[in-house]
Design a protein around this ligand. Structure first.
Ligand SMILES: Cc1ncc(COP(=O)(O)O)c(C=O)c1O
Length: 405
């Protein structure tokens, strides 16, 4: 179906929750995708930090094909081996002792919030239920996770919000310490705020949070839905920030494109989830788990993580050079292959210019471009991004000048 017709059917049949770019994507290979008219795009969005192995990675495709033919789903009323193996793999390579599987980032955070509340109740009594989260954070779109998200724009019109959340400014230990009390069950944050404009947590701040949480038996929860699975050059961002949480959530990259989320926790915390306390029909089904196993195995084999680290540095340097050359660029921030570029012009217009020049990029807010390519992105593809951004910024300066004369 031609793109124009598809757009008009989408306008007719779908709930209008998304502002989409005007292309219809039909195929992908490596770091590139192709639209219906056959135009090629280098993918610096990767399904919003999801397709970490790019498109059509043979290990992932074959794992899904084999499993689909064998068994797609049976529920958690029975044992299935891929789920257990995936938990084992994640635990062998993290701080955690146990895993719970679900289908998305919001659900992983729901599990983390429930786990923290239940831990608070069981260990300290029913008045310990509050979770402190950060302003400008993003934790999902369910009712609990919009309450956890410290941004009014995702909450507006859905009030009353679920009670039990307090907000503190990111990277400000004094403010958060002042909010902590006997009611505090958990502190939840993204090690790098992604949707909020790419802000990296300071190590000292995280170290202080860790100390405070340990001292008061408050659970430290890291939302690594976006930063996990090699995005920053290590399997989890917390490894580089040198502070381990009590609970960690994953989704996005975990299945390389298959919907799967996970909530990982230490034994003492996970123990409060007993049979019947939490569940998901689809959670951890064999199809999603073999996909995640394939993704994990590729990452743990090492080369892709190494490439993500090198290309992350290369991208950061390219963007920083761009900042030095163009006054439209205010700041460049990030870690590994999660990079943000703050502009003093409308980021959405730059996204549209990039699209017209064969690049998929995304704006997290009015002024911030976010780059989250597949971890297999190459130096040549990054060069193309920097060249394109340079051309776009130069073009804008020229049009500004012309408008002045
Ligand atoms: C840090 C973080 N947490 C949670 C979510 C929500 O994930 P999902 O859209 O899979 O529910 C996102 C999505 O962007 C995210 O970036």
């Amino acid at each position: 179906m031609p793109t124009e017709e598809l757009k008009s059917d989408a306008a007719k049949y779908l709930m209008q929750t998304y502002a989409r770019q005007p292309i219809s994507i039909v195929r992908g290979r490596g770091s590139k995708v192709y639209d219906l008219e056959g135009r090629e795009y280098i993918d610096f969005v990767a399904g919003i930090a999801v397709n970490i192995l790019g498109h059509g990675h043979p290990d992932l495709v074959h794992a899904i094909q084999r499993q689909a033919a064998q068994l797609i789903h049976v529920s958690n009323l029975y044992y299935t081996e891929p789920q257990v193996r995936l938990a084992q793999l994640l635990i062998d390579h993290s701080f955690a002792d146990r895993a719970f599987f679900c289908n998305s980032g919001a659900e992983a955070n729901e599990a983390a919030i429930k786990l923290a509340r239940r831990y608070g109740h069981e260990k300290h009594g029913p008045e310990r239920f509050e979770i402190i989260t950060m302003t400008n954070s993003f934790h999902g779109r369910t009712l609990a996770t919009i309450a956890a998200t410290g941004q009014e724009k995702v909450q507006k019109g859905f009030e009353p919000l679920m009670p039990g959340f307090m907000y503190a400014p990111f990277n400000d230990f004094t403010e958060i310490a002042a909010l902590v009390g006997p009611q505090t069950a958990g502190i939840m944050l993204e090690p790098i705020q992604g949707e909020g404009g790419v802000h990296v947590a300071d190590r000292e701040y995280l170290k202080n949070l860790r100390g405070l949480c340990t001292e008061r038996d408050i659970l430290l929860i890291f939302d690594e839905v976006q930063t996990g699975m090699g995005r920053t050059g290590t399997l989890f961002a917390y490894e580089q920030l040198c502070v381990a949480p009590d609970i960690l959530t994953l989704a996005k990259g975990l299945g390389g494109g298959m919907p799967i989320g996970a909530c990982l926790a230490k034994e003492s915390v996970a123990a409060v989830f007993t049979p019947g306390t939490h569940a998901s029909t689809f959670g951890g089904n064999p199809l999603a788990c073999v996909a995640a196993l394939a993704v994990c195995r590729v990452l743990l084999e090492g080369r892709v993580l190494e490439q993500a680290k090198r290309m992350g540095e290369y991208l950061a340097k390219g963007l920083a050079d761009c900042k030095d050359r163009h006054r439209a660029v205010r700041d460049v921030r990030g870690l590994g292959l999660l990079q943000g570029m703050e502009l003093d012009i409308d980021a959405k217009a730059v996204v549209a210019d990039c699209l017209a020049r064969g690049l998929l990029v995304n704006a997290t807010s009015e002024r911030v471009l976010r780059f989250v390519p597949p971890l297999i992105i190459t130096q040549g593809e990054i060069d193309k991004l920097i060249e394109t951004l340079t051309a776009i910024f130069n073009q804008r300066v020229l049009s500004e000048k012309a408008a002045h004369h």
